[in-house]
Design a protein around this ligand. Structure first.
Ligand code: GLN
Ligand code: ZN
Length: 779
């Protein structure tokens, strides 16, 4: 029998109902009961969509009010002790406490002992594999104990059963759960908790079985990573214990090839194995060979990570040999949970109608899976119309002149091989730049954006609605720019920025001005908690019809004698934060973006801008999940950045900026970008990053962030000076810049000005100290 299912579904709701209900609840406007009702309604609707599409099971357990990994922390009763969960708070309240932390006053009030409380920091957040979804990181230490608290999950199983659905429960598997957590305490190995955790997983499976679940899907995406032998070996033991319960287990892997874990995964004592046939198409045949005939093979055949309509003919051609080999044990599914794509795109009015038929959101992907199932069971004639429609859409996309613009390919092919190299080495460039810019020692600057105030957002919205004409909008933005310039001059910053008032978002702003991008009105994808993003869709060859930033930056420069930094988003970050083409390699799309940014860089230079920053905060997150792929990625990503940057004269100073990540393991690749200056997030880790930068001897200018812009807290100049002294111990004075961690767009003006005033004061003191110690100003 061929069955159909999904690994998980978007939970935020077609109208982002979950987001708005959560935020109302956090503001105290709706109580927990009302929020729970919104959750229940969304689950019911999403299960109905799965059933109506004709899937054989609905998936339960993929819903979460905040994050599914945090839900596992509560499910297994292993929240860190600092939260002091004692059974009095509801599960919902505990979820939000894990996610958002406890204010000290709240902790004090909750305890009532009258003593001061330190509060409890929220769980850390980090990216879920190579997606833009962020999960809350479990914390494990030698004292971690587990207890099973399955009531919420069992309640959801009961809901689905009451609605008449055949239920498959989706959970994170025990090894991935432990692996995704962080170990606290020297020498502690979180794998040592497996034996304590397993009985609770087994007990949970037994409860799910009693509750009427027909299957449990245990997600073990870490099987696509480089694992140490100890982790790989633990699988056999763990799944023996779970298998003994008697609830059929579908082991789900996705995002990355199994490679050396393939035969082990096939041999585990489970009833079925799901593989990602989109990310690892080459493994489908070996898995079909290795997997014992009595086991279910679930084929992730429809892309769960991207928005393109599937090539159903190609899917059928790939499924046919499997069917011949494995009669009776084939399931069809999207490659991974549909959490990572918009709920639906079929009717999105904002999407260019030329492009819209090429797209598929989660709802459309359910239909694709079902169509494939029917084609295989009832014959292709039964779904001839659906197959023809898919074929026509793919053909239109393949032939579209909006997708294929030969001049773009020709230009790339004609690019000299040294187009990604600056004319002179850094040592020569920096002298020429300094002769032009005349910056003091330890120059001060900011990362780009200033507060996106309510007034700015209102002006942009009015302009979009057509209520504010272009001239009035430009005047409003010019006023914002002028305000930002005057503030910075008054603060005494050395290198100014225009403040990015005109930008909604650092990727969308550029995408909207480039050919080859489409935008949605409702294509929201959950980023974390109630936060969603609406990634642009890169569908065609990229071209830049006109300059994108020159007039704003030029206006800003006209207001001041100080150097004005032009501000661009780099090709790798634009690629990383968009849905991108699946009809050519990512590297090819990135190179096209690089050419467009290069043109903008040269136009800024021609307009007299002497410093140009190309932000690449997403460079690191593009790294492949397996180390073996890192070098190749870093090579094409680095070349793309350099193509964007390297067209300028020696006198023009190129900056880049990175944040949100650990960079120590890719320092050589960062240095190879050959930016004249990098500003980089470090303050949250107390300059931990600098150990790497010190040991590596980073060759060019570097500005380690001296305060965290994510917090409204204003550190004093002394604290910043301390960080700068730490930086000064590993970075030569000539190379050191002074700046915050990231842009100020989420902050308000008063705290922004206060923090920058302290930063400028810290710079002044550092210059005094350095003067006393005889350090030289930049050459
Ligand atoms: N220039 C951008 C800003 O300041 C950089 C944002 C980012 O790094 N994410 O907002
Ligand atoms: Zn940043």
């Amino acid at each position: 029998m061929i069955k159909s299912h999904i690994l998980g579904y978007p939970r935020i709701g077609a109208q982002r109902e979950l987001k708005f209900a959560l935020e109302r609840h956090w503001r105290g406007e709706v109580d927990a009961g009302a929020l729970e009702a919104v959750g229940a309604a969304l689950r019911a609707r999403h299960w109905a969509e799965q059933r109506d599409a004709g899937l054989d099971y609905v998936t339960v357990g993929d819903f979460s009010f905040y994050d599914q990994v945090a839900d596992h922390v509560l499910l297994f009763g292993c929240a860190p002790s600092r939260f002091r969960f004692d059974g009095s708070a509801t599960a919902l309240a505990r979820t939000f406490t894990l996610a958002r932390g406890v204010e000290s006053e709240a902790a004090a009030a909750a305890c009532g002992c009258g003593q001061p409380h330190g509060g409890a920091a929220a769980l850390e957040m980090t990216k879920w594999f190579d997606t833009n979804y962020h999960y809350l990181v479990p914390e494990f230490d030698a004292a971690t104990r587990f207890t099973l608290d399955p009531e919420r999950l069992l309640g959801q199983v009961a809901e689905a059963r009451a609605l008449g659905h055949p239920v498959k429960v989706a959970l994170l598997g025990p090894l991935s759960f432990l692996w995704l957590g962080k170990a606290q305490g020297a020498g502690f190995d979180r794998l040592s908790l497996l034996d304590a955790l397993l009985p609770h997983y087994a007990a949970l499976l037994a409860r799910l079985k009693d509750a009427g679940a027909e299957w449990v899907q245990l997600d073990e995406p870490i099987l696509g990573l480089d694992l140490s032998a100890a982790w790989a070996l633990a699988y056999e033991r763990a799944y023996h214990v779970l298998h003994a319960v008697g609830l059929p287990i579908l082991l789900a892997t996705y995002f990355s090839p199994l490679q050396e874990h393939l035969s082990m995964a096939c041999k585990l004592p489970v009833a079925g194995l799901h593989v990602d046939a989109v990310r690892a198409p080459e493994e489908l045949a070996p898995v079909a060979d290795w997997l014992p005939a009595h086991k279910i093979l679930s084929v992730g055949i429809v892309d769960g990570r991207n928005v393109w309509r599937a090539d159903l003919d190609d899917c059928l051609a790939r499924l046919a040999p499997l069917l011949a080999r494995r009669p009776g044990a084939l399931w069809l599914a999207p490659s991974c949970s549909l959490l990572h794509v918009p709920l639906t795109l079929a009717h999105d009015a904002a999407v260019d109608p030329h492009v819209r038929p090429w797209l598929a959101g989660a709802v459309e992907k359910l239909a694709e899976v079902r169509t494939l199932q029917r084609a295989l069971t009832e014959g292709e004639e039964a779904v001839a119309a659906d197959l023809a429609a898919a074929r026509a859409a793919r053909a239109a996309r393949r032939a579209s002149p909006r997708v294929h613009r030969p001049e773009v390919a020709q230009r790339l092919a004609a690019l000299p091989s040294d187009a990604d190299r600056r004319a002179s080495p850094y040592a020569t460039r920096i002298d020429r730049q300094q002769a032009r810019l005349r910056l003091p020692a330890f120059p001060t600057t900011t990362i780009g954006s200033f507060p996106q105030t309510a007034a700015i957002r209102a002006a942009r919205a009015a302009h979009r609605r057509g209520e504010l004409d272009a001239a009035a909008y430009a005047a409003a933005m010019h006023a914002e720019i002028e305000h930002a310039v005057r503030q910075q001059e008054e603060l005494g910053l050395d290198v100014l920025v225009h403040g990015e008032a005109e930008r909604n978002d650092m990727v969308e702003y550029f995408g909207e001005q480039l050919d080859g991008f489409a935008f949605t009105a409702g294509g929201w994808v959950q980023s974390y908690g109630s936060r969603c993003v609406k990634p642009p869709i890169l569908y065609g060859d990229v071209a830049r019809p006109a300059p994108m930033t020159v007039s704003w930056t030029g206006y800003a420069q006209s207001l001041t004698q100080r150097p004005m930094k032009g501000m661009l988003t780099g090709p790798v970050t634009i690629l990383q934060w968009s849905f991108v083409r699946d009809d050519q390699p990512r590297a090819a799309s990135c190179a096209q973006l690089a050419l467009a940014i290069r043109d903008e860089v040269l136009d800024l230079e021609a307009a007299g801008i002497g410093i140009i920053q190309i932000d690449e905060p997403a460079l690191r997150e593009g790294l492949p999940l397996r180390r073996a792929g890192w070098d190749a990625y870093l090579a094409w990503a680095g070349r793309a950045f350099r193509i964007a940057a390297a067209g300028v004269a020696d006198e023009t100073q190129v900056h880049t900026h990175m944040c949100y990540a650990e960079f120590n393991d890719i320092l050589p690749a960062i240095a190879a970008l050959d930016a004249d200056v990098i500003t980089i997030e470090t303050s949250r880790s107390g300059m931990e990053l600098l150990r790497g930068f010190g040991a590596f001897a980073y060759p060019n200018g570097i500005g380690p962030g001296v305060y965290d812009i994510h917090s409204p807290r204003v550190p004093d100049a002394g604290a910043m000076l301390d960080l700068l002294r730490k930086a000064g111990a590993v970075i030569p004075a000539r190379q050191l810049w002074i700046n915050p961690d990231c842009g100020h767009k989420t902050r308000a003006w008063p705290e922004t000005v206060a923090a920058l005033r302290n930063m400028v004061e810290a710079a002044r003191q550092l210059r005094l100290e350095a003067g006393r110690h005889g350090a030289a100003a930049p050459a």
